[in-house]
Ligand binder design. Structure first.
Ligand code: M6R
Length: 364
């Protein structure tokens, strides 16, 4: 049942090209996004003035990523909340808004409660859900299913990747109906999105190098992941993957925030992973890497092919193929998933069932 892989997690990491392709193919027909299955009309999307995204864990990190993309491409204000926080405050949801609940299982108690609260407040809810017929799918007004297939490993990988695609599709459609992008730009984005499965495959082919690096750092005490903008959202997910399955303390920081406290934690040999996929922020993050390096940090740089300048600072560099800047998360997350996986394996831990965690958190 593990298809020749040692763990479900590794199998699911390798299923990402297919999961991403299946999710794209479910909604892109003859070069156009078709949301008839979702039930959301162009008219409804056009009238939206604000989006609230609510989720937990990795699904929340998808929301963090989506915020940058939606605000920049579709020019719409977005708020992102943890479901466990949202449900216990009194969120002000403006009239022409929509709430998006992202959940692999569709059964997460806090996300379901946030959905119900949003409906009580009279706002439409779009569920981005993987499990067909789950509670969140049933109670949402609209459902955009992801096509990851069953995910067994507690640490999510392929579901996360398909949730990203769901958000790309929604963003492009919104940008289109709101006249924020030209037809040429829309076509360019859809063409580039279609290349992601092959590019993810290429990242997977480099896995031995990550495995080697992971085995070297299996005894690390702390790992920090830093980045700005979308790279910060990628860092959050990279850090969660690491801590949940390897039990190494890790934190993600917005690179500009280091000076406000975190940098005091950097010691000789502390591993810092710099995520640098966003061209406009590259130099800014490099200067933060230089700062931690001078405090003794060992640096891993994660960027796309061509950005070889990272080697002036980083001790170990990982490259992923180039793609549209908004889609970089889909490629950059793969080496970080593999890193968490291989550290966990090197430590001899129960990768698929990490201690104290459940696949779906149905009690708060
Ligand atoms: O089923 P859901 O997507 O609602 O689950 C949300 C989180 O519990 C989940 O993403 C969790 O953070 C993962 N174990 C992370 O790998």
């Amino acid at each position: 049942e593990k298809g020749g892989f040692e763990h479900f997690m590794l199998k699911e990491i390798h299923e990402q090209p297919k999961a991403v392709k299946d999710t794209i193919n479910a909604y892109v027909k003859d070069g156009e996004i078709v949301f008839s299955q979702v039930g959301l009309s162009d008219e409804q999307l056009k009238n939206l003035e604000r989006i609230y995204i609510v989720a937990c864990g990795s699904a929340y990190h998808v929301g963090m990523s989506a915020k940058y993309i939606l605000e920049s491409l579709a020019d719409i204000p977005v708020e992102v909340d943890l479901a466990s926080e949202f449900r216990y405050r009194d969120p002000k949801l403006i009239e022409n808004s929509m709430v998006i609940v992202i959940s692999q299982s569709g059964e997460t108690a806090d996300s379901l409660a946030a959905l119900r609260l949003s409906k009580e407040k009279g706002r439409p809810v779009l569920g981005i859900v993987n499990v067909i017929g789950s509670s969140i799918a049933r109670e949402s007004d609209y459902v955009l299913y992801t096509y990851a297939g069953p995910e067994i490993s507690v640490a999510t990988t392929k579901a996360y990747s398909t949730q990203l695609v769901a958000m790309y599709l929604l963003t492009i459609q919104l940008a289109k109906v709101k006249d924020k992008i030209t037809e040429e730009r829309e076509a360019e984005l859809l063409t580039e999105m279609a290349t992601l499965p092959d590019k993810i495959q290429r990242v997977l082919e480099d896995k031995e190098r990550i495995q080697w690096f992971a085995s070297k750092y299996a005894n690390a005490k702390d790992i920090f992941f830093i980045g700005r903008g979308l790279d910060y959202a990628i860092s959050l997910e990279g850090s969660l993957k690491m801590k949940e399955i390897s039990y190494i303390h890790s934190e993600a920081y917005a690179a500009g925030e280091l000076k406000h406290g975190t940098i005091s934690l950097i010691e000789d040999g502390t591993l810092v992973v710099g995520v640098l996929t966003q061209q406009a922020l590259f130099e800014k993050t490099v200067s933060n890497l230089v700062e931690v390096k001078s405090r003794g940090a060992y640096l891993m740089g994660l960027t796309s092919y061509g950005n070889y300048a990272v080697e002036d600072t980083a001790d170990f560099s990982v490259y992923v193929p180039k793609t549209e800047q908004y889609f970089m998360n889909s490629l950059a997350i793969v080496p970080l998933q593999l890193m968490g996986y291989y550290v966990s394996v090197a430590k001899g831990l129960d990768v698929d069932k990490p201690r104290n965690l459940a696949k779906s958190v149905t009690v708060e």
